[in-house]
Design a binder for this molecule. Structure first.
Ligand code: MSP
Length: 500
């Protein structure tokens, strides 16, 4: 048993939650739930990023104070979590006073340690990214490659973080911890950014007031990215009343992020932690973009967003959670559409898993009055090592691979239930022992799958485990043969066809 601290990025409150946001929440929730199954001491953090220019600008457009907009939209992100069945242990808002105080404490230390200087900033700036762009990040006609909007030439006096002085230490970090950034393509991208030569970065903004005040120069606020990154650390200080969880959970095991915020998490973040003399996170996992049907990025600014609420209203939350891990290789880009979700729902959740569970339970009730017969189990070889394999894959954040390994056994059980045709056997008393074995194998197979699938489809797994009279979803039960059910009860269809 160990401890596991996992974080999502914190979400900008300048717009409403969309599927891209739901994606990281679900991914982290799968990891958090899996580690809880294993009995680990888990902390799962998510929240909202409320300061900075994007939020101040959006508030102005709507005739609101930034805090009013933040309050309104933070509530929407907060409400998203239970809808997604996210089991987050805390929801941080960067406008929390305790967060702000701790940001000031840490960055004051960075300043006291001599890692800052005052300088003049000039450069192409994207107000949506809240980021000054370097040459390779600028599109045609000085546009933002991510948002496809014109960049603004900005000039102002800023406090700088002396990032350039951390180049050698960052290269050393990447050499000593080859899995610091995953997948490997993203690690290479980050490392080549570092090797191309690091420039100092702006640590404060003078023109903006919506942010955390720089304690040694109150005419400035911290550049929003440093305030935001620090949430991963500050939250542990006040997430529990009267308790400081920092020693228990810091450093994080996994920061899960999208590829657009790679530079901040794989370069700036470790450097600022080094400057503050704090331990570094173990891994940053970088996922790809969910793309709209046409293969373009799905984002609020491009207005082509697939609505997670609509998907959940129609197919249920488990279907959305399942679909996103299944259809898009975690770490790569992939298109997502409601049609593809519907197809997976019908073919896999309803037909393969749902039918397997219903048929198995119905046969046990019909042929054995709902009692699971004693005796031998088939298929032990086919399940051997599966629980360990899934755990190993999830230790590397391979959500898609782990789910696929499990699904191969869903399919194996379907072939098994087809093959000896238990309803034929049941007509033949001589073969009653065969039927016993088949029914017992099905009960235990379905139970094992329900435990393994629990991180992805917790509500459906819980229903299934209840019908099997084995409600424990702990990982000891992920081994085939570990907790063969005694008796089964009626099961409502897990993934009804009439969902739409
Ligand atoms: N506030 C910053 C993160 C600060 S973390 C210290 C931010 N917020 S965001 O709301 O714009 O994005 C949050 C996350 O959602 C990012 O990881 C981003 O990659 C992800 N997604 C936004 N749109 C996405 C898709 N279309 N597909 C997948 N994820 C994408 O960035």
């Amino acid at each position: 048993m160990g401890r596991f601290y996992v974080t999502t990025p914190i979400y900008y409150v300048n717009a409403a939650p969309h599927l891209g946001h739901a994606y990281t929440v679900i991914a982290c929730d799968v990891l958090a739930r899996h580690h809880r199954q294993r009995g680990d001491d888990v902390f799962f953090l998510t929240g909202t990023d409320e300061h900075g220019e994007p939020v101040a600008d959006a508030a102005k457009d709507q005739g609101l104070e930034p805090k009013e907009l933040a309050d309104r939209n933070a509530e929407r992100f907060k409400a998203l979590m239970p809808r997604l069945e996210a089991s987050n242990d805390f929801f941080i808002r960067t406008s929390d006073d305790q967060h702000k105080r701790r940001v000031q404490e840490v960055l004051q230390r960075v300043h006291d340690n001599g890692h800052t200087h005052l300088g003049m900033y000039e450069g192409w700036y994207c107000p949506r990214c809240a980021d000054f762009k370097c040459d390779t990040e600028i599109g045609p006609d000085n546009t933002c490659l991510i948002h496809e909007i014109p960049l603004v030439w900005e000039q102002e006096e800023n406090w700088f973080f002396n990032l350039s002085t951390f180049q050698a230490r960052l290269e050393q970090l990447y050499a000593e911890q080859p899995d610091f950034v995953q997948p490997e393509t993203r690690r290479n991208e980050a490392l080549s950014f570092i090797k191309s030569g690091l420039q100092d970065v702006s640590l404060s903004r003078g023109k903006l007031t919506w942010g955390v005040e720089v304690p040694w120069d109150p005419s400035h606020v911290f550049y929003v990215w440093f305030d935001a990154l620090l949430n991963y650390y500050t939250a542990l200080g006040y997430a529990r009343d009267g308790e400081d969880l920092t020693d228990r959970f810091w450093p994080a095991n996994y920061h899960v992020i999208g590829k657009d915020i790679l530079k901040f998490h794989t370069v700036f973040w470790p450097a600022i932690l080094m400057a503050a003399e704090l331990p570094l996170p173990e891994h940053v996992f970088v996922h790809g973009f969910l793309l709209a049907g046409g293969g373009r990025k799905m984002s609020k600014s491009l207005g082509n967003v697939l609505d997670p609420f609509e998907a959940m209203d129609t197919y249920g939350v488990d279907a959305l959670r399942y679909y996103l891990s299944r259809d898009v290789q975690f770490g790569a880009d992939g298109s997502v559409t409601l049609d593809a979700l519907a197809a997976r729902y019908d073919a896999e959740l309803a037909n393969e898993l749902g039918n397997l569970a219903s048929r198995s339970i119905a046969m046990l009730r019909r042929y054995r009055d709902g009692r699971v017969p004693e005796g031998e189990l088939d298929l032990a070889d086919e399940f051997a090592g599966l629980a360990e394999d899934v755990a190993a894959r999830l230790d590397g954040a391979d959500l898609t691979g782990a789910l696929d390994a499990i699904w191969q056994r869903v399919r194996r059980l379907n072939r098994y239930v087809e093959a000896p045709a238990p309803w034929t056997i049941s007509k033949d008393d001589v073969r009653a022992a065969d039927l016993d074995r088949v029914l017992r194998t099905l009960a235990e197979g379905v139970r094992t799958l329900a435990v393994l699938l629990w991180p992805w489809i917790p509500a459906s797994s819980d229903k299934l485990l209840a019908a099997l009279g084995r409600e424990d979803s702990g990982y000891a039960g992920a081994t085939f043969g570990a907790a063969v059910p005694d008796a089964v009860a009626e099961l409502e269809p897990l993934f009804p066809k009439q969902a739409r």
